[in-house]
Design a protein around this ligand. Sequence first.
Ligand code: ZN
Length: 476
Amino acid sequence: MTVSVRPTRAGAGRTPGPDREELPVNDTLIRDAELVVTMDGDEIPGGWVALADGTVTGVGRAGDEPTAARTLSARGALVTPGLINTHHHIFQNLTRAYAPATRYELFDWLRTLYPLWTALDEEAVEVSTWVGLAELALGGCTTTADMLHAHPRPRLIDAQIRAARQVGLRFHPARGALDLSERDGGPAPDALVESAEEILGDSERLVAAYHDPAPGSMLRISLAPATQAAVTERLMVETARLAERLDVRLHTHLAEDRGEEQYCLETFGRRPVDQFEHVGWGSERAWVAHLVFSREDERARLARWGTGVAHCPGSTMMLGAGAASLPDLRAAGVTVGLGCDGSASTDHASLWLEARTALAAARERGGAAAATARDILRAATVDAAACLGRGDELGRLRPGAPADVVVWELDRFAFAGAHTDLVEAWLRCGPVRPRHTLVQGRPVVEDGALTLPGTTDMLTVHARISRRIQRLGAGA
Ligand SMILES: [Zn+2]
């Protein structure tokens, strides 16, 4: 099969017509793949994908490749849509695998790290975001959400956006927030807590300054009070109203941990999902991280509302809470997207590794028939796109879609003997890294290496900043 559209190139100065020779109007042709998985109903052995001006122009079988200005080889490789990360806290790579916190469950883990995060400033956030987005691209991610929920200084999300524009990933920053300090019964120190007015005002500023709702958008803002156990009820209510008025999405953590459940019962007299509904968040505008501790009726309500779940099994298992049950969530009709979560709980940011963890966790919960590699790939592409409100355009390779593509290197040793199902092999063999990661048609990773200049310098600066921040813990 071959499906294609004629690429259009505004301002290219050429008018194709029957009486003039066709020049290559595709800028990139990815060809000779072992298998192209479109996530749009086709798996094409020996396939190709053509791109022009940041858009997929066609996919097809060997023998009918179109012309293109340049060719990227996918020989011996698997081609998929770029993976989409629905939940992250990139800034936490500044406190990654921080030894004093590695044996704690969620709220003690947070209390150990919060004092360090009071040192965040624009430089620290810009550098950590640059490094974190580069790491994501090296793991096959082309679009990421990110919740920055510690704001000891203003304009930190602006710094993230500067980094995202340099790296070139499709970026969905969520304006995280804490407005309940330790004095008022919350877990966070005063230095990380803002007033509801400050949070709502800055949220509106960010949306006005940066949010792009257009198809193919490289940047969309969402609003994200951190968790009901760390913010006021009023902030949850007002944020939902603001998101409705600004027509942006809502994000928070929900039912992540037994401590949160206990807090909600004691404080509101309601379980986390009941409180979530009470503050007006039960809608398709919202997607939530985790939902580890949920009852059948709660999952059914999320499905009815259209509220998606960011499934981050690596993080919740590392923090001792266990993984949400992907089979139970899917059986209830909940849309589940994959997420790697923050770099100080999961510690890695490879969506391939998270996908493999999700496959093992699903089978541990539901038995060997509970999930296949294709189920997990769906959570990392099509369903993750739906969680971010972009199910109509991202997560599939089809003509007209944004050109977010990953060519996965299939190591000859790790894949020796894997002949019968390359998608299963992709997730069960490995580890796997991309040969090429393209976002909006632009290679961020090419031949296994970042195309970005200054990588070594950026890592040196990151080391300096992260050591400085971690010394704060040593002095505490
Ligand atoms: Zn999180």
